[in-house]
Ligand binder design. Structure first.
Ligand code: C2O
Ligand code: CU
Length: 466
């Protein structure tokens, strides 16, 4: 029995399902050109059987889009073919990429019109768990399903029994017809916590179930593809280590504590051992308020070995992971303002100072340093090889997931130590956090909130590395 409550909450029921990581249709060559990555609208069985199929936009016949999997150092070559009714482009999130391949329509390339194509061709310098997604009207297109996982394998991957890609999303569906709610300009979403869904999935399933064996060792690659939802996750019947954040390996695996927080666009690589008994289930648990829901069920159907094996060593480090010269670094500041219940009473929009009310009337709600949205001039122009630090001041009452394109950052922790290398940093309401990065990748790079409705409503700026 499917109840309305189940639909609204997206709880993990325990129906049996098999993991479908890769889109079934592999990239196919058309003529002699590069392999195709096709964006199109497809009906997908997202909801339980008594609902209609949901029409999504996808890079496959299913959701998530194709999982692209290559070796570290390889070249990724794909021809994006746009069969959608709208212009699009592909951003390769977290890849320290050649700027011309970054996929930001209006900054690094023109949008690809319906019927058009664009050839992406770049080297993958870093092993890890990445993802790709539309970067044209992304607050709409990502919400419609335009994304996939991009897995880059280490030359010598760690020893695990299985490697599972788990793409988390929440969909805003109309409960009457099961279709994507098309209200992408919803004022409440834009001005509050972003577009939160009412149906939560892993790999396109609300009841994803894997069969595992006791003491089996799994690498779990969790990717948050949601527009705005911050997933708070815990493990039950699993015990393990955080190996990497946002694709980048930690120098030492860290035991998974009580919770793992995954902001929009963030990834985490875990290595976990199944410690639940045969006949039981282990779970990746999603915590909401004080309730736990099964995000992924792992049914223990056998025993892999009598004893657990020893703790894993770290993943091999990627190149260029240092951020040198923090002390003498160029200092920048990014003050976030606006939103509902915020203190912003005016800001610059379209080159003029306007009242918050007029800005809101234009469907914008947020500012960086008193400016709403993209500007002619970059926030800063950095010399190639320079180290920069940015103090991020969240003067709003909402959390924001700040993402820098093209380079990874480290947080400067209160004690002066450097945090792990990341591409997306969650900054809670009222917080001040400082990040530092080596500006070693030339080009024009976005810096924006990955709560995509926030980015659309003003929280987008850019840096130039010349
Ligand atoms: Cu994943 Cu500019 O984004
Ligand atoms: Cu935000």
């Amino acid at each position: 029995m499917i109840t309305r409550r189940e639909f609204m909450m997206g709880t993990g029921a325990s129906a049996l399902g098999l993991l479908g990581v890769a889109g079934p249709r592999a990239a196919m060559a058309e003529g002699s050109g590069p392999p195709i990555l096709r964006a199109r609208e497809v009906p997908v069985r997202l909801l339980p059987d008594d609902y209609p199929e949901t029409r999504l936009w996808s890079f496959a016949d299913a959701t998530p889009g194709q999982t692209l999997r290559l070796k570290q150092g390889a070249r990724l070559v794909r021809r994006l073919v746009n069969d959608l009714p709208a212009a699009t482009s592909v951003h390769w999130h977290g890849i320290r990429i050649d700027n011309a391949m970054d996929g930001v329509a209006g900054l690094t390339q023109d949008p690809v019109e319906p019927g058009g194509s664009f050839d992406y061709d770049f080297v993958l310098p870093d092993a890890g768990t990445w993802w790709y997604h539309a970067h044209t009207r992304s607050h709409e297109q990502v919400a419609r399903g335009l994304y996939g996982a991009l897995i880059v394998d280490e030359a010598e991957p760690p020893e695990v029994d299985r490697d599972e890609v788990l793409v988390l999303d929440d969909w805003r569906l109309n409960p009457r017809d099961g279709q994507i709610d098309p209200d992408f300009a919803n004022m409440h979403d834009l001005s509050h916590g972003g577009r939160l869904g009412n149906f939560v999935t892993t790999n396109g399933r609300h009841d994803l179930t894997l069969e595992v064996r006791r003491h089996e060792r799994l690498r779990l690659r969790l990717i948050n593809a949601a527009n705005a939802r911050i997933f708070v996750l815990a493990l039950a019947g699993l015990d393990g280590w955080i190996m990497a954040h946002d694709g980048m390996p930690l120098p030492r695996p860290e035991p998974v504590g009580n919770v793992v927080i995954l902001a929009p666009a963030q990834r985490v690589d875990l290595i976990v051992d199944v410690v639940a008994d045969e006949g039981e289930s282990a779970h990746v648990v999603r915590i909401e308020r004080n309730d736990g829901f099964s995000q992924v069920e792992l049914r223990v159907t056998g025993v892999e070995s009598r004893a657990r094996r020893s703790a894993p060593g770290p993943l091999p480090q990627n190149p260029r992971m240092e951020v040198p010269g923090i002390e003498g670094a160029r200092r920048l500041r990014l003050v976030m303002e606006g939103g509902a219940m915020g203190r912003m009473d005016a800001a610059i929009l379209d080159g003029r100072r306007q009242s918050f009310r007029d800005i809101a009337q234009a469907g914008r709600f947020w500012a960086f340093n008193g400016v709403v949205g993209m500007t002619e001039a970059p926030l800063a122009e950095l010399a190639r090889g320079e180290t920069a630090r940015i103090e991020i001041v969240n003067d709003t009452v909402f959390p924001h997931a700040m993402h820098l394109h093209g380079m990874h950052v480290r947080e400067i922790l209160p004690d002066g130590a450097l945090g792990p290398l990341r591409d997306t940093i969650l900054v809670s309401r009222g917080e001040i956090r400082e990040i530092a990065f080596l500006a070693d990748n030339p080009g024009d790079w976005l810096l924006h909130c990955h709560m995509l409705a926030h980015a659309a409503a003003g929280m987008t700026t850019w840096l130039r590395v010349a």
